[in-house]
Design a binder for this molecule. Sequence first.
Ligand SMILES: Cc1cc2nc3c(=O)[nH]c(=O)nc-3n(C[C@H](O)[C@H](O)[C@H](O)COP(=O)(O)OP(=O)(O)OC[C@H]3O[C@@H](n4cnc5c(N)ncnc54)[C@H](O)[C@@H]3O)c2cc1C
Length: 405
Amino acid sequence: MEIKQVSGPVVHKVAVIGGGLGGLATAIALRKQGIDAHVYERAKEFCPVGAGLALFSNGLNSLDAISPGIVENLKRASCQLNQSVFKKYTGETITQNTATHQEKYGQPTLVFWWWRLQQVLACALPPEAIHLGYRCIGFEQDENGVTAYFDGDKSVRADLLIGADGINSPVRKTLIGDGEPRYLGSMSWRAVIEYNHELLNPNELIFMKGEQKVIYFFDVGGGYRCWTLRVLMPKSPVHESAAEIKSRIVDQFSGWWEPLTGIIGATDPEQILFAPICDRLPLKSWSQGRVTLLGDAAHPMSPSLAHGANSTFEDAYELAQCLSESSSIAEALTTYENRRIPRTQVLQDRSALAEQRFYVTDIGTQDPEKAARERVALEEFQSWVYGYDPNSESRLKPWMEISVT
Ligand SMILES: Cc1cc2nc3c(=O)[nH]c(=O)nc-3n(C[C@H](O)[C@H](O)[C@H](O)COP(=O)(O)OP(=O)(O)OC[C@H]3O[C@@H](n4cnc5c(N)ncnc54)[C@H](O)[C@@H]3O)c2cc1C
């Protein structure tokens, strides 16, 4: 299909499908470029979802480039991570690391209650740009525009449609049709609750490992903490009620450190959020004509490197830049893909690799020279990931794997 060249802004009206973190950030970025962007979200309201997440310098720098000053609001809505502690199941500290991202990369690590982050982003948009209760069921495009169809006989016409509709993206299904996400063999259960304990320090993340399971919990600010349990599980668990899930989790941690059993015990079973850990294989292209993908819809990755949302904010900034700098939609989307696919592909691959190592409890004795080389390689990689600066050409530098033999 041939797309007509447009003069002036390359797009005037954009329909963003999905009001998650990626969809909201993208609409903010597009509106800053003078584009009439609207978010269409299937949920009827934004609910206090029981998940927490970490944002690093690359994600925060991208948000700041999208909306200068927003990081100050984000700091007020989150908790700045000062240290991470690895503990035995009985609570004795094995290792303790002080956060160094501020000094190394210029931004702190902020840990959020997912819902609070969504609120900050939603508040940065005019209310009329967010359409709740709009479940996209398909789209059609021609040389003049794209029409998105929604439940209830609703439709919307736009110049461009962005699928920011998550790992099970219906937009991707129509566009690419590459089936279900790939199950990576583990499950997660998460919750955020108001909780304190005399043995828990503020601004801290605590990490504990057991046989085929990992649990971590962290302060998300305002007296709330998030706990996340990850369990190796070859198959999906049989259907269980919320109360059964909680009782199984309580049993698994019987005899563990008291603040941990305490936070699980204090959690309302209905607030526990379940998700299988999945990704998809990287794609060579995310776009066709007037439709493109972003965030988990484009490059879902295991959460083991905590980079799903961070890389989604990079996408949002880059897509808005490409649409404002190019002379046609085709050029903008090609540039967007060229800038984003190589980086997100590395993040997807490395996240899948980290997922395999996530549950290893015994790292064994290692050749010290090899261990030193691995440390250097890891530092190089981290500097490439976290050092991403949306205002610098260096952000487009590809990752060159350092071989450690
Ligand atoms: C256990 C776990 C821990 C994680 N921790 C981190 C972390 O610390 N740091 C990090 O960066 N990332 C983390 N992530 C990943 C992060 O949550 C995702 O990468 C991020 O939320 C992706 O944002 P998104 O907007 O692309 O998709 P989503 O957040 O999934 O949003 C998609 C939106 O689209 C809507 N939608 C779906 N279908 C339709 C439809 N048909 N019509 C309209 N709307 C629709 C959905 O309701 C949803 O609101 C974690 C993930 C997991 C599972």
